[in-house]
Each structure stands twice: as structure tokens, then as C-alpha cells.
Design a protein around this ligand. Structure first.
Ligand code: BGC
Length: 482
């Protein structure tokens, strides 16, 4: 325990805490086993037969030099917000100017009809351009990088066939189709002067944006509403692209879509709570790894534990209280767990207030101990499992030393996530103890540059540049690249 003490916790509650500890603790041996399986699955995803992890080639075929220039629009359709940016990559090496607007992604759009989604996005873009450029009728088309952070097959960089929705999205008629024409139709109908030059994943954007300012960057990760990573592969190591006869040493960024790791449930230590989340999700059987790690699910795992300990175990926590609010699925997001883990007081008074204010529940002191421990266990498991993915890519590529750029609400805001992840990476990769606590780790997971803004702009720039030089691989509409 990092706070409080167990002296007053009744025996049956202690037993439950012990049970949760057993369910949620992932020891070093397990981390290593998961990582080894992960390495195999990464390989399988690149093979002709394919595997569970999609390992999507992205047609991002180089790292930036830092000398890219030009003005680009970037559209970020993440899990929570819609963001429109205009990025100017300046003459100054690795520098940029950015203006941006955020729009709320209305909840009903996430499970509504496709047309409404594209219309809403097109409206936001139109508003942005009108505000910053005036009359759209007088404008030349502006190049846009579209960050579409869902698994998509890309035979071309300006194409994205949605494999499946993730992060709770469930919009009919989009899965299995190329989203670019749907998006472009909505733009045309409103006369929005945009040409799409790249559809990108947030992880690829993160990788490229981070490499713009730091040449040691080898992997881009998102630990946010969803969870995923991208890294640079050589075309010669991607058997599923062999038919294209690309030069074997040509780089190709791979969007791993590692959220799908272990959908077969071979190695991940899933608990009954994880199983329940999966069963009740819009896409059961998908995103097994993501559902144990990502921000969308952390609060829900916690909620399920609390409801279970109220209903199904002898302990009957919150006895006699109305837990109606707690019964509502997805009522707690990961910031709720963050607040519990951040509670600085030994008597957990902030946690108590949180429960009173948000849930109308007044936990007693021993229940508060249990609450704190449950949050720690969920947060720690998420951080430790995340490290398996980073370790697996590093092992596969033989990276002994590098930087990993990471972004997302869990990475940036969840207490101790970075520290716990770094500790797990050390265990998995058997690094010796640090001589000086201030020494860097051989592989450091660092806060990334803005991937879905600057990264998208850079990828648009890199693609325009390579087309200019005659590299037409993975370009569907060359006419948009002049
Ligand atoms: C999506 C990925 C994305 C990740 C982080 C996952 O649910 O499938 O494409 O990179 O979330 O946003």
C-alpha cells in the first residue's frame, strides 16, 4: 500500500484485496512470456498469410530531415475530439507554426449514420478555412493530412479502408469501405477547398512528428482512449508486400494496430472483468490488448469490480447505499482513477469526496483502502502490459537503444504510468540497475511531439516531396500532388 494502512480493514475485505492482487498482478516472467509471443505476432502480421495484429503498411516511406517546409491542413479525428490545424513548417530546421481549433465530437455521431459524421467534419473544416482564409470560392485547394485513428488497410497513402471501428465507435456502412471518397464527397458538396494528400494513423503521425526534432526516435505510441504503436520497417521484411517488388532497404512505416494483440486469448492474463467488458462492447472478440490498457476501459474495469464487490461477494461493499449511478456502464472515465491515485491524503479524503460527489456513495475507511488498491492495480497492470508492446518492437528490430515518442491522455495524465512502464521495460529487457538514478534508460519512452497535427503535416509534405521526385508507390490520385 502506498497510503493508509490495513489495520482496520476487516478480514473478508482483505481477502478480496488479495484476490484482486492475484488477478491483476503481472510478474516479470509473465511480462517476458507476453513479449515473446508479441514478437511472433508482429512477424505474423507482416507475413503473406497475415495475423491478428494487422501491421498495416502506411506508405510513409522516410523519416523527416527537419528541413521540410510549406503550409498544410491537418484534421484529427480521434476518439474524443475533432481538431483542425494549419501547420506551417518553417525554413528554420525542425520548427513550425500552428493554429488550431478543437470541436467536440458529439457522442451521438459515434454510433450514428455515416453521412452525419462526414457532414459534421466537413462543416468544421469549412468554418476553420473561412475563419483563417476568408472566401473559400477564391482559394486554391490546400493539402490536408487526415489523421484517421482506426485500423485501415492502405493500398495507397490516399486511401483508407476501415477494417473495423474501435474505441466504442459503431457507425454502419463504413467498415470494409474506403473512407476517403465519403469524406471528399462531403467536402465537395460544401465547396471546401481541400485536397487530401495523406490519410494517417495517430501513431504514425507521432513517430514522424517526434523524429522531426529527435533523430533517436524509432517508435511512436499512443496511450489514450485507444492504444497502439507505429515503427519504421524495411520493405524487404514485409512479405505481404513482396509482390510489389519495392527495394528491400526502402523504409515503410507500419501502423501495428497492436490493440488487437492476443484476440485469441493465448497469453494475456484476462480477468472476469476484462471478459465482461469485451462481451458488452460493440465489437466483442476485438482489441483484447487495448481493452486492458486504454483510457476508454480503465474506469470501466474499476466500475465492474466495485459493482461485483457490492453484489456478488460476501463483503457487500457500500452496504445499504444506493449504487444506481455506479451501475451505469462507462460512467467513470480514466480521470476518475487518476484522481484516486493522486489523492495525497492518508485518510483518502479526496477519494471519499469523489465518490460522494460523482456517485452519491459514501465509502467507509476500509472500503476507501480497497478503492485505492483497485485503482493502483488497474493502472499498474495497464502500464506494465503497455511495456510489452514497446519491448516486442524493440526486440524485433534489434533496438538496444532508442527513443519512443508517446502521446495520449493515459500517458500524459495518468499518475505513475511512465514510471511503471519504464520499470516493466527494465524487467523485460533485463537491464542492469542504474549506477545513477538520473541516468537515462537505454530505451526511453518520452512525451511525443504533436503527431496528429504536426505529424500529419509532415507526412503530407514528405509525400508531396517524394511524388515530386518520381516515387509514385502507394499513390492513388497523383493529380492531388501538384
Ligand atoms: C485504433 C488505432 C489508434 C489507437 C490510438 C485504436 O483503437 O485502432 O488506430 O492508433 O486507438 O488512438
Amino acid at each position: 500500500m502506498s497510503s493508509g494502512s490495513f489495520v482496520e480493514v476487516p478480514k473478508d475485505l482483505l481477502k478480496e484485496i488479495k484476490r484482486l492482487e492475484e488477478l491483476f498482478t503481472v510478474d516479470t516472467a509473465k511480462l517476458k512470456q507476453i513479449t515473446d509471443h508479441f514478437v511472433n505476432e508482429l512477424e505474423k502480421g507482416l507475413s503473406k498469410e497475415g495475423g491478428t495484429i494487422p501491421m498495416n503498411p502506411t506508405w510513409v516511406m522516410s523519416f523527416p530531415t527537419g528541413y521540410e517546409t510549406g503550409t498544410y491542413l491537418a484534421l484529427d479525428m480521434g476518439g474524443t475530439n475533432l481538431r483542425v490545424c494549419q501547420i506551417t513548417l518553417t525554413e528554420q530546421k525542425s520548427e513550425f507554426d500552428i493554429i488550431q481549433s478543437k470541436y467536440r465530437m458529439p457522442e451521438e455521431l459515434k454510433t450514428g449514420v455515416a453521412e452525419d459524421l462526414w457532414e459534421y467534419i466537413a462543416e468544421c473544416l469549412l468554418q476553420f478555412i473561412q475563419t483563417h482564409h476568408g472566401d473559400v470560392a477564391k482559394l486554391d485547394k490546400i493539402p490536408l493530412g487526415f489523421t484517421f485513428s482506426y485500423p485501415a488497410t492502405q493500398n495507397y497513402i490516399d486511401e483508407g479502408i476501415l477494417q473495423r471501428w474501435t474505441k466504442g465507435f459503431d457507425i454502419d456502412g463504413v467498415e470494409g469501405r474506403n473512407v476517403v471518397p465519403m469524406f471528399e464527397k462531403a467536402l465537395q458538396e460544401r465547396g471546401v477547398p481541400i485536397k487530401l494528400t495523406a490519410l494517417i494513423n495517430d501513431t504514425t503521425g507521432t513517430l514522424i512528428a517526434s523524429a522531426y526534432t529527435d533523430t533517436k526516435m524509432k517508435i511512436g505510441c499512443i496511450f489514450g482512449t485507444g492504444c497502439n504503436a507505429a515503427y519504421m520497417e524495411d520493405c524487404g521484411s514485409i512479405p505481404k508486400l513482396a509482390h510489389l517488388n519495392l527495394p528491400p532497404d526502402t523504409p515503410m512505416a507500419i501502423n501495428c494496430e497492436w490493440g488487437a494483440f492476443d484476440n485469441e486469448h493465448k497469453v494475456l492474463p484476462r480477468t472476469p472483468y476484462d471478459e465482461s467488458i469485451d462481451t458488452d462492447s460493440p465489437r466483442p472478440g476485438q482489441q483484447a490488448f487495448e481493452k486492458m490498457i486504454a483510457g476508454l476501459y480503465l474506469g470501466e474495469i474499476f466500475r465492474l469490480i466495485m459493482v461485483d464487490l457490492h453484489d456478488n461477494h460476501n463483503v457487500n461493499i457500500f452496504a445499504g447505499q444506493d449504487i444506481g449511478k455506479l451501475r451505469r456502464p462507462y460512467t467513470l472515465d480514466s480521470s476518475f482513477l487518476s484522481a484516486i491515485e493522486d489523492d495525497p491524503f492518508e485518510n483518502l479524503s479526496e477519494t471519499r469526496e469523489l465518490f460522494q460527489n460523482q456517485l452519491g456513495i459514501d465509502p467507509n475507511p476500509s472500503e476507501l483502502e480497497l478503492i485505492r488498491r483497485a485503482a493502483e492495480l488497474i493502472g499498474t497492470r495497464a502500464a506494465r502490459l503497455s511495456a510489452c508492446g514497446v519491448a516486442a518492437i524493440s526486440k524485433k528490430k534489434g533496438y538496444k537503444e532508442c527513443h519512443v515518442g508517446a502521446d495520449g491522455s493515459v500517458f500524459n495524465k495518468y499518475p505513475h504510468f511512465k514510471k511503471r512502464g519504464a520499470a516493466a521495460l527494465r524487467e523485460i529487457l533485463d537491464w542492469p540497475a542504474k549506477a545513477d538514478p538520473n541516468d537515462d534508460d537505454p530505451i526511453e519512452i518520452l512525451a511525443a511531439e504533436d503527431g496528429s497535427g504536426v505529424g500529419a503535416a509532415l507526412i503530407a509534405a514528405l509525400t508531396l516531396e517524394r511524388v515530386k521526385k518520381g516515387n509514385m508507390h502507394g499513390i492513388l490520385h497523383p493529380e492531388n500532388f501538384h
